[in-house]
Design a protein around this ligand. Structure first.
Ligand code: ZN
Length: 146
């Protein structure tokens, strides 16, 4: 069981709306999930997005810890770092490809485990095409199923 799954007290919000990024079934920002209404009963997709919420909480915790250490041990001028902790996950996700790849692989592995889909090919295709991960189909397959 990973550190993220140990965060059982997961607090998140979910909103079913047509207003998600075109081409995606759902998007998550911090603890807030937005999902197209037609996926309301897709348990795998919800678990996928909850993995991203856990990632956000974990990075928030790391950011708060680092902020506390720097503020207490170095200088009060590090106080603004607390606010930046809220954006740690999404910043790393946006700019650091290996982190984004790790985040999505964790999320798709969970989605596949829970989803009960007839085929899991969509996960390979989506990883290859949608996240600018620079992965081949074989590499995506290996990351998801090996
Ligand atoms: Zn995802």
């Amino acid at each position: 069981m990973s550190i993220f799954e140990n965060l059982q007290m997961l607090i998140f919000g979910i909103k079913y709306t047509e207003n998600v990024i075109p081409g995606f079934a759902a998007t998550t920002k911090g603890p807030f999930i937005k999902m197209l209404p037609i996926y309301k009963y897709d348990a795998g997709l919800l678990e996928h997005e909850k993995v991203h919420v856990r990632q956000w909480y974990a990075l928030l915790a790391i950011g708060v810890l680092i902020s506390t250490l720097l503020t207490l041990l170095v200088s009060l001028s590090f106080l603004p770092l607390y606010g930046l902790s809220l954006f740690l996950h999404q910043s790393l996700y946006k700019f650091i490809r290996p982190y984004r790849r790790w985040c999505e692989v964790q999320a798709y592995r969970k989605q596949i485990a829970v989803g009960g889909y007839i085929s899991n090919d969509f996960a390979v295709t989506t990883l290859v095409e949608k996240y600018d991960l620079n992965l081949s189909a074989d590499e995506a397959q290996a990351l998801l199923f090996d």
